[in-house]
Design a protein around this ligand. Sequence first.
Ligand SMILES: NC(=O)c1ccc[n+]([C@@H]2O[C@H](COP(=O)([O-])OP(=O)(O)OC[C@H]3O[C@@H](n4cnc5c(N)ncnc54)[C@H](OP(=O)(O)O)[C@@H]3O)[C@@H](O)[C@H]2O)c1
Length: 311
Amino acid sequence: MINVALIGYGTVNSGFREIFEEKRAEIEEAVDDQIKIKKIVVKHPEKHEDIKNLLVDRIEDIIDDEEIDLVIEATGEVGPIEEDIKKLLEKKNLITSNKALVSKNFEEFEAIAKKYKRKFRFDAAVGGAVPTIENLYTIRTLNDVKRVSGIFNGSCNFVLSKMEEGIDFDTAVKEAQKLGFAELDPSNDIDGLDSMRKLRLAASILFNKPIKEENIDLEGIRKITNEDIEEAKANKQRYKLIAYGDDEGTYRVRPELVDIDSNFGKIKDNENIFQIETSNAKILTFIGPGAGKRETGFAILNDFLNIYRIR
Ligand SMILES: NC(=O)c1ccc[n+]([C@@H]2O[C@H](COP(=O)([O-])OP(=O)(O)OC[C@H]3O[C@@H](n4cnc5c(N)ncnc54)[C@H](OP(=O)(O)O)[C@@H]3O)[C@@H](O)[C@H]2O)c1
């Protein structure tokens, strides 16, 4: 029996559970074992009548439960939770979608996982449904990596394409919030922090050294005007928020012009693209949805199978 605990039960972990219950037979066959969701911790238990029988009060209740083998964390929190997660990783395998948490603690989490021989997976935190992290580790082992570039943020795609329709920046951001693309405070997306965290993680893996948030030059999309966008359109170009890193030590996130017909120019809404230039595999491109309930639920289960699949 594989006993699993969840920390957080919002979009990501409820999406994970939905797919898990639908595909339970296939997943249990793939891992050749039964799987049980044993405990869940949330912030506001009163909101979660439907999972009342699984709720526990504190993360310690999970850490101290010797039967629990895997924890799936999807809260978006940093702060006090960081120490809990470090303690937890000494005893349990961990899958997380929490990019702020992993970006802040990546090297330390990796070191703890290595020391205590635990599995630590965070694919959902970087590419959403796009299977990135395990591939990045393989790519770096077998190649010299020259550069990585990509579009990692759906809210910026959405706002910039609304501006191409003539809508002004503030209205486009409000529309993105209404449709659930952007957070209530959209600055993580619009000011490029979300893309920066994903670049920090992808580049640290690909170039095999710690590339911290402060090593990345950052500019979001606030300064782009409707006039800039009209001018770009006249040249069959458009603006995208591009993350870029190379083996010479340049790391940046900034709006750049791309041709409308290029791979980057065609990325829209919640799609992400990763392009990696390597010594042996030439240029590898990964494209797919970077967010969404079932998309991110898929990513969590992809990590789950990477840990437990027997064939
Ligand atoms: N949504 C996506 O498409 C997506 C895609 C990729 C990555 N992510 C990342 O995944 C993480 C979770 O995203 P989400 O969209 O699932 O967020 P969400 O819907 O806001 O859910 C967050 C959950 O975490 C719980 N929580 C918050 N603080 C907690 C704490 N200190 N202890 C225990 N539980 C706590 C909340 O409890 P209550 O329900 O009781 O309030 C809630 O159930 C974030 O880091 C996000 O950036 C999300």
